[in-house]
Design a protein around this ligand. Sequence first.
Ligand SMILES: Cc1cc2nc3c(=O)[nH]c(=O)nc-3n(C[C@H](O)[C@H](O)[C@H](O)COP(=O)(O)OP(=O)(O)OC[C@H]3O[C@@H](n4cnc5c(N)ncnc54)[C@H](O)[C@@H]3O)c2cc1C
Length: 478
Amino acid sequence: MPMTYRMARNPMPEGPVSWWFDDAMKGEEGDPPVRLAGPLQADVAIVGGGYTGLWAALTLKQRAPALKVAVLEAGLCGSQASGKNGGLVSGYFADLPRLVDNLGADRAVRVVKAGSLAQDALRACCEPFKADLWWRGDGVVKVSTAEAHDSKVDTLVLTPRELGFPDQAVALSREDLQTMCASPRFRKGVLFREGAVVHPARLVRHLRREAVRAGVQVFERSPARAVEGRERHVVRCDAGHVVARDVVLAVNAALTDWPQARPYVTNFSSYALMTEPAPDVLRGMNWENGPGISDLRMFLHYFRTTPDGRVLMGSGSGPLAYGGRRPKSLTSDPAASERAIAGLRWLFPALAGVAVAAVWGGAIDVASDHLPFFGTISGTRIHYASGYSGHGVNTSWIGGQCLASLVLDRSDEWSTSPFCSRSRPRFPPEPWRYLGGRAIRGAILASEQAEVAGRKPGRLVRFAAAVPRALNMKVGTR
Ligand SMILES: Cc1cc2nc3c(=O)[nH]c(=O)nc-3n(C[C@H](O)[C@H](O)[C@H](O)COP(=O)(O)OP(=O)(O)OC[C@H]3O[C@@H](n4cnc5c(N)ncnc54)[C@H](O)[C@@H]3O)c2cc1C
């Protein structure tokens, strides 16, 4: 086991700043970032100032107020995925069928209950500031936009009921859907009551303020370059270092090429756009408020409105990366941006005249079984978070609980949960992972395109799209 762990030189490729982050920073001109300069002693050094790092910091201060906790962020807190996402806050009810397949019913229910605790915690955090954080707790909806997806809706409605949650998933007819968001593409859907939407970048900047208020030292524009030592660690930055007993790596997709993470996680990307305001058009579509929505493609579209009458549309169809790396295509890929725009125009013809204000992309750390995992590198006090798989607004709170339990050496509901204790399948090694992943992704995109156009996908495409399931893989299965 090496004594020095080198961090990625460039944690993330430059790409367009998200509309959310731009908007959130407007109120913060007078609050300049503090850089780490010189040596610092702490109990815990947290690398990464997104939701995960900040929830971990806040949880540690709640559970052990005397701890000295420092957060080191390469850019500005929330400038990566936590400030780029769709702001759909959902627990695990929509994942229940897959969780039961992967983990069995008992552990699947444990995961779902953790998601509900996270939802309660986010609500408690956001409700008092709901006007500023654009928090709206109306649930989240999954819609079918192709005949091939209709049966998935039925499974999503039935599974929570069968496992003892009779009220969580509500079946929606085509007519029900039109009264909450009129789209000629919607066929049927399911409402998950516990979901919400939020302004993602204002949320992460709010967590940063709360962390500072709780006594956490937050350093921005302070990339960690290396972590040294075994029992007491030194985190090296350009102009200083932190000596700490525990280190938490909350760096999201920048962890994916670490040897400890690489077999279990790979980088994909998601692209999102924000329209210009169009409140009158939205009113005509019955879509001024309401839940966040996503379709049932594997490379899904996700969409929601904002209080100032905009639409956010995302597409999870961005490129994947070789060997856990972070190429520029993860943050600026014209074809993926076009797919997000095409999704907006196809789903909502009524928005044809509404201009797009901004498009951006971000990396998604996809776990081999689609569930995040938290752990400690053996023989060290370095703890890590990985594998949110595009579902991190709610689950990063779970990450904060699990990481705090690992730091505090507690054997509790978090450190023994499936997030920390399950065994995970391995991805195939490179180059097969990348080459196979690319081929299957292309086939699934083509197949889903044919399905929503009402065509039967070609035989070769159907064959390639079915490969992951035939091989009993957990990622890429439809
Ligand atoms: C376009 C897009 C849409 C999404 N939509 C949704 C959604 O609607 N709902 C949902 O639940 N999830 C969504 N997600 C996923 C969700 O945003 C993430 O899972 C979540 O933000 C992860 O939080 P994090 O703190 O782990 O990562 P991040 O927010 O990426 O934070 C990691 C931080 O670590 C920093 N860092 C990296 N390396 C270093 C270093 N060496 N030194 C110091 N700092 C470092 C980075 O700068 C970064 O700020 C989406 C993601 C994307 C990209």
